[in-house]
Structures are given as structure tokens and as C-alpha cells.
Design a protein around this ligand. Structure first.
Ligand code: T5A
Length: 217
């Protein structure tokens, strides 16, 4: 996507199930509100009327074959990009999303075993080449995420029910992509909610001082 002086920042939070993404996206949104910074908070799959319908189909259907899973994720993403993310960035606001393209590489490529080059090509078609300025991967051991979700007491969705090997491949993928791509950073997600929030703000303050400089909880 064309950059302009006014273009906003596009941030994505990622990680394994129960890593604390939704909690941290909400806190980041609250922080931006308190500091008077215009922003949009969204999630994937979802974030639009169509995307939320696709989300229900993806999470609640008994069986979705991997290629259909990929294409549904990308249909939701294309809609989110055109209806929400691009217009917001063009207005110069900060966009924070709970998951984006890195989830597709972790879950559909590494988890489901779909071919990476093909998935990347289709993803670029869906996004028009738009990538987050920074993707933060909340780093927690798989067991911690599972414990947090158990404590929440909600019935597991189709992804949460996948076997341990699937989740291990997803976790490895996050670690590996974070090692090789400059716009992906890992954040220790094992501390308290407030500690993780502070770590995210510190990292954003270093990376985007014009927006998050002097950030304090
Ligand atoms: N998916 C998605 C794909 O396969 N491909 C794709 O391309 C995309 C975009 C989405 C599913 O779709 C898949 C991946 C997912 O399986 P979802 O419900 O959005 O489904 O799943 P998650 O993103 O994993 O969301 P969860 O809500 O399950 O987990 P979060 O957001 O990581 O965790 P959160 O913040 O809800 O916290 C979970 C619990 O832990 C507590 C919270 O209070 C909550 O009870 N908690 C903490 N407790 C202690 N210390 C902390 N630091 C805590 N942080 C949170």
C-alpha cells in the first residue's frame, strides 16, 4: 500500500490460543483513548459484518477442510482490509488488530500443512499487499495458554480442540517467523496483565516514538 505522511500505524497482536491477545488489544485501545489518539481496534477473523459471520462458520462448524478454512480466513481479511483497515490508515489513525496474516502462516501453513508459497500469494491477493507496520507475538508456553482458557470456562472452539501437535507446530511457527522477520517482535506474555501491557508500551515507545514516545501505563 502507498505510504503517505498522514498514514496511520498498523499494529497486530499474535500468539497461541490464550496468549492474552484480546486482553492486550483492549488495554492498548484504552491507552490510545486516554491519550487522545484516534484509533480502531479490530479482530480476525471478524471485524466486519461479513467477517463476523465467517468467524462463526470457521469456529463453530464441525468440519472445514483446510483449503476452505484458508479461503474463508482470506475472504474475511479482504473485507476487513477494504472496509476497515485501509480507510482508517488513510485517515491517519492507529489500527490495532487481534491477529492478521501471521496467523494464516502459523495455523494454515504450519498447522494444517498448506503450501507456504501458495498461501503467501493468496494472502497478498486478499490484502492488496498491506502488512502491519509491526506484529507483536505474545510469547507464552502452550500450557499457560491452555490453563488461561480453562480458567475462563468457555467451551473450546474448533481450533482450540485441535490436537497438541497442531498447537505445537503453530507455536514453533510463531517463534521461527519472529526470528526471521524484522517487523515481527516477541513480547514475554507470561507476566501479569499489567506487566505485559507495560512491556508492549515500552516496545512501541521505542519503535514509534512519534506516537507512543514517553508511553506510560
Ligand atoms: N485463525 C485466525 C487461523 O487459523 N488463521 C487466521 O488467519 C486467523 C486470523 C480465532 C481462531 O482463528 C484462528 C486462530 C484462532 O484459533 P479466537 O477466539 O479469536 O479464534 O482465538 P484467540 O485469538 O486464540 O483468542 P482467545 O480469546 O482464545 O485468546 P487470547 O485472545 O490470546 O487470550 P485472552 O486475552 O482472551 O485471555 C484468555 C484468558 O486469560 C486471561 C484473560 O483474562 C482470559 O480469561 N489472561 C491472563 N491471565 C493471566 N495473566 C495474563 N497476562 C493474562 N492475559 C489474559
Amino acid at each position: 500500500m502507498e505510504r503517505s505522511a498522514q498514514r496511520g500505524r498498523f499494529l497486530a497482536l499474535e500468539g497461541v490460543e490464550g496468549a492474552g491477545k484480546s486482553t492486550q488489544v483492549r488495554l492498548l485501545g484504552d491507552w490510545l483513548t486516554r491519550h487522545g489518539l484516534p484509533h480502531v481496534v479490530t479482530r480476525e477473523p471478524g471485524g466486519t459484518a461479513l467477517g463476523e459471520q465467517v468467524r462463526r462458520a470457521l469456529l463453530e462448524s464441525d468440519r472445514v477442510i483446510p483449503r476452505a478454512e484458508l479461503l474463508l480466513m482470506l475472504a474475511a481479511r479482504a473485507t476487513l482490509v477494504d472496509e476497515v483497515v485501509k480507510p482508517a490508515l488513510e485517515r491517519g489513525v492507529v489500527v490495532v488488530t487481534d491477529r492478521f496474516s501471521l496467523s494464516t502462516l502459523a495455523y494454515q501453513v504450519r498447522g494444517r500443512g498448506l503450501p507456504e508459497a501458495e498461501v503467501r500469494r493468496l494472502n497478498t491477493f486478499a490484502t492488496g499487499g498491506l502488512e502491519p507496520d509491526l506484529t507483536l507475538v505474545l510469547d507464552v508456553p502452550l500450557g499457560v495458554g491452555v490453563q488461561r482458557l480453562d480458567r475462563r470456562g468457555r467451551a473450546p472452539d474448533r481450533f482450540e480442540q485441535a490436537d497438541a501437535d497442531f498447537h505445537a507446530r503453530v507455536a514453533e511457527a510463531y517463534a521461527e517467523f519472529a526470528q526471521h522477520e524484522k517487523t515481527i517482535k516477541r513480547v514475554d506474555g507470561t507476566g501479569s496483565v499489567d506487566e505485559v501491557h507495560a512491556a508492549i508500551l515500552a516496545l512501541l515507545g521505542r519503535r514509534f516514538p512519534e506516537t507512543f514516545g514517553g508511553a506510560a501505563v
